[in-house]
Design a protein around this ligand. Structure first.
Ligand code: HEC
Ligand SMILES: [Cu+2]
Length: 457
């Protein structure tokens, strides 16, 4: 580069002329102050303090122990995570973040220091002109290169560890197989399907549930993620990071929970009206409890007189069975003598194919502008007695909230597909269920009685 175009020291008059007419009146920089050359004003200090205060307040909301927190109380402890996948992700996140914070503070600090300390004062002579500093330039090329290469390579290694292959390797090292669970995103709830709920056992009963999945502790779990409609994102912050759930495609991820307990999950990709109400829970159980849930899953349950009447409403006037499934395939509808489980959901393979086909058809429909197909999936209610929530994590489940939900789902979760599509909500002007209070009460009894012993007792 040639010489920098530094001009000779200008006379104040000459400079004013160059600045043009607006600068002609000589406004003092800071009339109230003795030293007119401060680089900050009182107002900028107040603004800064306010911003800092707001940030600090927002920071108070961060808590490593909050339900869906992905933070640890300090960068080095990594507490607040529930298993190895989240730990790996949190460690990488913390190291990347703090490395960048340190680099930022050093670079910006040096910049600010130089700008303030060596700023030009009136009457200062032209400073000595320098052109480069070889050792410095080599240093600030090599250090960032090493940093970025190191962090990049480590990120790629972590990415590989997040692949399901790692879960398979981990399980096989202990002479077993990982548990595979298919999660299907629907607007606005989650379906969980277990093709082989107890890996390695000959008993292969299909388990299908919704919004609350159960897994055994210390077992690698591979999630196979599918969507029924739009793009969702599957996220259990304390167990594993997000993965997109994309129509016509199966994505996968895995996690392992080290302790029993409940973990909170959330759809993490805007997917329409009730996106914020598309939560789910992961119950991590002792292996024996998990097996009891699986074994008892589709066992027929004893129904009280009220609950039996409720079953008739479920299958008849309520038309709930057009969308919902309750019970094993050998549960018989007393009205028709037919199995209660729908034909379309009878086998896993058939259902998966149906789902894929439907997703493709929907894409076609979007392209051609056709009406969407009429078949609708709904939460499987077979283990409804195990649910702690209603409406995808929206309400605590109890008899009162269930009654409210059946009476007026739209009043609780605006936009949900049940009120939009079920016939009983289309006949009254206020869009509430066209059922009597007795029918509602019977339905509540019927649904509350569903579930394996381990949940009902
Ligand atoms: C048109 C299909 C359809 C019909 C008919 C229907 N539902 Fe639903 N139901 C749904 C859908 C879809 C959801 C999920 C709503 C959401 O959370 O966004 C749902 C959710 C529910 C839930 C909450 C499940 C959970 O785990 O959160 C219950 C309970 C329920 N329905 C009961 C009933 C009853 C009782 C009837 C009959 C009176 C009925 N449904 C009729 C589609 C239907
Ligand atoms: Cu979603």
């Amino acid at each position: 580069m040639g010489q920098l175009p530094f001009a000779e020291e200008d006379s104040p008059n000459k400079r004013r002329k160059e600045l043009g007419p607006r600068a002609k009146s000589d406004i003092p920089v800071n009339p109230s102050s003795d030293s007119p050359r401060r680089w900050y004003s009182r107002r900028s200090l107040v603004t800064l303090a306010l911003l800092g205060g707001i940030l600090a307040l927002a920071g108070l909301g961060c808590d490593a122990n909050a339900h869906q927190s992905i933070l640890s109380s300090t960068p080095w402890t990594l507490d607040g995570v529930g298993g190895p996948v989240a730990r790996e992700q949190l460690l990488l996140f913390n190291v990347l973040l703090w490395t960048m914070v340190i680099v930022f503070v050093l670079v910006e600090g040096a910049l600010l220091y130089a700008a303030i300390r060596f700023r030009r004062k009136p009457g200062d002579p032209l400073p000595p002109q320098t052109h480069g500093h070889t050792p410095l330039e080599i240093a600030w090329t090599i250090v960032p290169t090493i940093l970025i290469l190191g962090l990049g390579v480590w990120s790629v290694i972590v990415l590989f560890k997040l692949e399901p292959g790692e879960a398979i390797a981990l399980a096989r090292a202990e002479g077993r197989e990982p548990l595979r669970v298919e999660a299907v995103g629907h607007q606005w709830w989650w379906e969980f399907r277990y093709e082989d709920p107890i890996p390695g056992s000959a008993d292969d009963a299909l388990v299908t549930t919704a919004n609350e999945m159960r897994v055994p502790v210390n077992t690698p779990v591979i999630m196979e993620l599918k969507s029924d409609d739009v793009i969702h994102s599957f996220w259990i912050p304390k167990l594993a990071g997000k993965q997109d759930v994309v129509p016509t495609k199966t994505n996968s991820m895995w996690f392992l929970a080290e302790e029993t307990g409940m973990y909170y999950g959330q759809c993490a990709e805007f997917c329409g009206t009730a996106h914020a109400q598309m939560k789910f829970r992961v119950h991590v159980l002792e292996e024996a409890d998990y097996n009891a849930w699986v074994d008892g899953f589709a066992e027929p349950v004893e129904l009280s007189a009220e609950a039996s009447r409720g079953q008739l409403v479920f299958l008849g006037d309520g038309q709930c069975v057009t969308c919902h499934t309750v019970g094993a395939s050998d549960t018989v509808n007393p009205a028709t003598g037919e199995g209660v489980q729908h034909g379309r959901m009878q086998t896993y393979i058939a259902y998966t194919k149906w789902l894929d086909k439907r997703a493709h058809e929907r894409l076609e429909d979007v392209r051609t502008g056709n009406e969407p197909p009429t078949a609708f999936a709904a939460p499987n209610l077979t283990d409804f007695g195990c649910r702690t929530t209603l409406g995808a994590g929206l309400l605590d489940r109890n008899r009162e909230s269930l009654r409210q939900w059946i009476r007026d789902p739209d009043g609780i979760k605006p936009g949900n597909r049940m009120s939009e599509l079920a016939a009983i909500y289309q006949t009254r002007l206020d869009h509430r269920a066209d059922l009597t209070e007795t029918q509602l009460g019977d339905l509540v009894e019927y649904l509350s009685a569903q579930g394996p012993d381990i949940c009902l007792r």
